[in-house]
Design a protein around this ligand. Structure first.
Ligand SMILES: C[C@H](O)[C@H](O)[C@@H](O)[C@@H](O)C(=O)O
Ligand SMILES: [Mg+2]
Length: 394
């Protein structure tokens, strides 16, 4: 059975939320004095947008088959990612069958290895791979999760990331992950404030609701160890991305130091099977958290997940809307998923990549039935009422 060939690959930039979910307006919880590696500079401490967390914008990749069927995907990458897609990656797709996603991935990766391997280039590659899987599903009339082996459970369950785990608990989520607000540059006072915030939230949610801290690469091993030890009495379930993604040695030390029963997690800014092999073989963490729009796409996440499964490690992808839901529902070692609360006060459930995806499913009572994913491809359409800008052609 021959599917139509790939005719055109197009790349667009979109601004304002969506896949570049840090690109939000004033007063949003996601840009409120959150600790980062830049917090050592007071001028960049209050707002992550002040140092450019939203500088890229969203990359939209469209792949059109010869019969006019269009697959698409969104990820973080903006204009520079458009350049990479149009001027470099498109040549490995046009004229080819969408079923050749392994060979296409291999050619995209190794042709850009001399300047890529992680970050923006692999974001762009991931966007192409996700669009390819979307096209394949639309041509075959199958949801991506069917092509990945089918659901291993009837529903997804979610923890919520945001400023209000107490509200997330009332909404039915299984846990709440809060951003860490103070880093080492704010000294003992900052550490006390971090612990006080956690203690206060614990008093609101009771003893059993999962509470986690997301440290967004902001800490050093000593600070992270002291934070973990102080947070243990408040039942912190995991400490996330405490260190630089490059500090494999530091993560291994933090994991050795962490209080018994507390989980160490990381991986959202890691990429490819090789990067995650390093995290796994150096015993850096208990849960890896690849972002399927940043780590190499679905084709690569299959490989990453198998590496983790062989070592008995969980894979809980970083929040990436439908792109992670279709994967998580098919893997035994992905028992739950992340949902990023994109409402400015984290007080209501809105689609994660709003306004970019039409038909984007949202959790109800913190859960989502597998049947909510039963539409071809990733089951969403691009909102063409938003301003799509194509900065380059080929
Ligand atoms: C809440 C964190 O600071 C990030 O903004 C978040 O997107 C990411 O780290 C996550 O795990 O969701
Ligand atoms: Mg995180």
């Amino acid at each position: 059975m021959n599917l139509p060939k790939i005719a055109h690959v197009r790349a667009f930039v979109v601004r304002g939320g969506g896949a570049d979910y840090h690109d939000q307006g004033e007063g949003h919880w996601i840009d409120d004095h959150i600790a980062t590696p830049m917090s050592r500079y007071p001028e960049y401490r209050q707002s992550r947008q002040s140092f450019g967390i939203n500088v890229l914008g969203t990359l939209v990749v469209e792949i059109e088959a010869t019969d006019g069927t269009i697959g698409f995907a969104v990820t973080t990458g903006g204009e520079p990612a458009c350049y990479i897609v149009e001027k470099h990656l498109a040549r490995f797709l046009e004229g080819r069958s969408p079923t050749e996603y392994e060979k296409i991935w291999d050619q995209m990766y190794f042709s850009t290895q001399y300047y890529g391997r992680k970050g923006l280039v692999v974001n762009a590659l991931s966007g192409v791979d996700l669009a390819l899987w979307d096209l394949l599903g639309k041509l075959r009339g199958e949801p991506v999760y069917h092509m990945l082996g089918g659901a291993v459970r009837d529903e997804l369950q979610f923890y919520a990331t945001g400023a209000r785990p107490d509200l997330a608990q009332q909404m039915g989520f299984i846990g709440g992950k809060m951003p860490l607000h103070h880093g080492p540059a704010e000294g003992e006072e900052g550490l006390h404030r971090n612990i006080a915030e956690l203690a206060e939230m614990r008093s609101r949610v009771g003893p059993d609701f999962w509470l986690m801290l997301d440290c967004w690469m902001a800490l050093d091993v000593n600070y992270a160890t002291r934070l973990a030890q102080r947070a243990h009495e408040h039942g912190l379930k995991w400490i996330e991305e405490a260190l630089s993604p490059d500090d494999y040695w530091g993560y291994a030390e933090l994991k050795r130091n962490a209080p018994t029963g507390m989980l160490v997690t990381t991986g959202e800014h890691e990429a490819t099977r090789w990067g995650f092999r390093m995290l796994l073989e150096m015993d850096c963490c208990d849960i890896i958290q690849p972002d399927v729009g940043w780590c190499g796409g679905v084709t690569e996440l299959i490989k990453i997940s198998a590496l983790a499964d062989a070592r008995g490690k969980l894979v809980v992808p970083h929040g990436s809307s439908v792109y992670s839901y279709h994967f998580v529902i098919t893997r035994h070692n992905s028992p739950f998923a992340e949902f990023l609360m994109m409402a400015p006060k984290a007080d209501e459930v809105v689609p994660m990549f709003h306004p970019q995806l039409l038909g984007e499913p949202i959790p109800e009572n913190g859960r989502m039935r597998a049947s909510a994913l039963d539409r071809p491809g990733f089951g969403v359409e691009l909102n063409r009422d938003i301003a799509l800008h194509r900065p380059y052609t080929h």
